[in-house]
Design a protein. Structure first.
Ligand code: SF4
Length: 415
């Protein structure tokens, strides 16, 4: 197998996305310095729609932590959090982000001149649908900054999302409203909430279409493109700007399909990525797969920002349903069915499971799931050990050798 270095093909919409993200961060910075606007920190699938409808500028610490990973600064920051009692074995988003705060560091300062710190919050709002770590993370900041941490305690390992689950979470969302109104200094306008939830739904539908362009062969975008272009879906869901951005991106990808342009030249192997990205190795991993004409065409991670349940006509219950239907909330039985559907939809040749040392919640290789799926589908799989942010948990040579051998095995098995 020949190995030649390939760089990622530029998606032209990236410039627009970069401007959009810059406006978002400058707006947050302005809000944190103004007396009239309030800032809320929110977990990735926390009640962002409610916060936006109440006029909060919304900061997502997980997005900030992923930036620490992508800029490869996290590994030096994690020990700062370890030193105050947060184990190197727990979420390296948490330890990198708290470490960055303790050191007074943010990658925003370099990326966006004039910003010198993450925005100071007026309230911290979590949802434990993804893991317990987010509650611990926000509780630390609550004590450090003297601001309230409130949130939703979610059911976990859910097989079928029932009306009882939805009522439970919807009641918890409603209980947040008076507390948030008090901090925001304004009453919730139900019409505004309906509008925000409808925009989140529009964003989600467009993001789904963007990801599903990769059902084409060759796929016009890869998982590595997806991890970058999901930015607006993560931090700007519920806004018109995010919707307009995904219309632009979708048009460009459809154009690529019409012209037969793939993210990887000569695509011959199609891989599904299950688990977290390795933020500090996105470029290397992208180049590694491209060199062997393999495209990582789909992932659970990027698809986790698809929320089909959002319904502007029934905002609170539909928010509750959307936050519960998330893959990470579900049972292994549900996850197996979901992954098998994705393998079929995207015509996948092989699966890579990323066993992220510090995130058991997004590492779905630990309870026999890969073996069960492989036995049922015959699609081969590989587990790679690593981490989302802590580069000390990664062996680049081992990863490269294993991925190379895996792609060769897939190619040899092809008719
Ligand atoms: S799901 Fe994993 S990566 Fe995300 S906050 Fe929780 S432990 Fe960290």
């Amino acid at each position: 197998m020949s190995e030649e270095k390939k760089t990622r093909k530029k998606i032209h919409a990236t410039d627009t996305m970069n401007s959009l993200m810059a406006s978002y961060f400058y707006d947050l910075n302005d809000a944190s310095k103004s007396d009239s606007r309030k800032v809320a920190w929110c977990t990735s699938v926390g009640p962002a729609e409610l916060l936006r409808a109440l006029g909060f500028a919304v900061h997502f610490p997980e997005n900030h932590a992923a930036m620490l990973g992508a800029t490869r600064t996290s590994t030096d920051l994690i020990p700062e959090a370890n030193a105050i009692g947060y184990s190197p074995d727990i979420c390296s988003y948490l330890t990198a982000d708290i470490g960055a705060w303790l050191k007074g560091f943010t990658p925003l300062a370099k990326a966006y001149p004039g910003i010198d710190s993450v925005p100071r919050p007026d309230v911290l709002v979590y949802n434990t649908n993804q893991c317990r770590d987010v509650q611990d993370w926000f509780s630390w900041y609550s004590k450090e900054l003297g601001v309230p941490a409130i949130g939703i305690t979610s059911p976990k390992n859910v097989n079928e999302v029932t009306e009882a689950h939805i009522t439970d979470v919807a009641n918890q969302i409603e209980a947040l409203i008076p507390v948030l109104e008090n901090i925001a200094g304004q009453k919730l306008d139900l019409e505004r909430l309906k509008e925000v939830v409808s925009l989140s739904r529009e964003c989600t539908e467009l993001w789904k279409k963007v990801l599903e362009t990769a059902t084409a062969s060759p796929a016009p975008l890869s998982f590595f493109d997806g991890t970058i272009h999901m930015g607006p879906a993560v931090v700007l869901r519920g806004t018109r700007e995010a919707v307009e951005y995904y219309k632009l991106l979708l048009a460009e990808l459809e154009q690529r399909i019409a012209e037969g342009v793939g993210a990887v030249d000569g695509e011959s192997v199609r891989i599904y990525w299950e688990g977290m990205p390795v933020w500090g190795r996105l470029r290397q991993h992208s180049e590694l797969f491209s060199a062997f004409h393999a495209t990582v065409i789909a992932s659970t991670y990027c698809s986790s920002w698809i929320f089909p349940a959002f319904d502007g006509g029934d905002p609170i219950r539909s928010m509750a349903k959307a936050y519960l239907e998330l893959f990470i909330v579900r049972s292994d039985e549900y996850k197996e069915g979901y992954i098998k559907d994705m393998l079929k939809k995207f015509n996948v040749d092989g699966i890579i499971y990323h066993d992220a040392k510090t995130c058991p919640y997004n590492s779905n290789n630990r309870y026999g799931l890969p073996q069960r799926i492989e036995a049922e589908t015959g699609i081969p799989s590989l587990v790679i050990s690593g981490d989302l942010n802590d580069l000390r948990c990664i062996s680049d040579e081992q990863t490269k050798t294993n991925i190379e051998a895996f792609i060769e095995q897939i190619e040899e098995g092809k008719p």
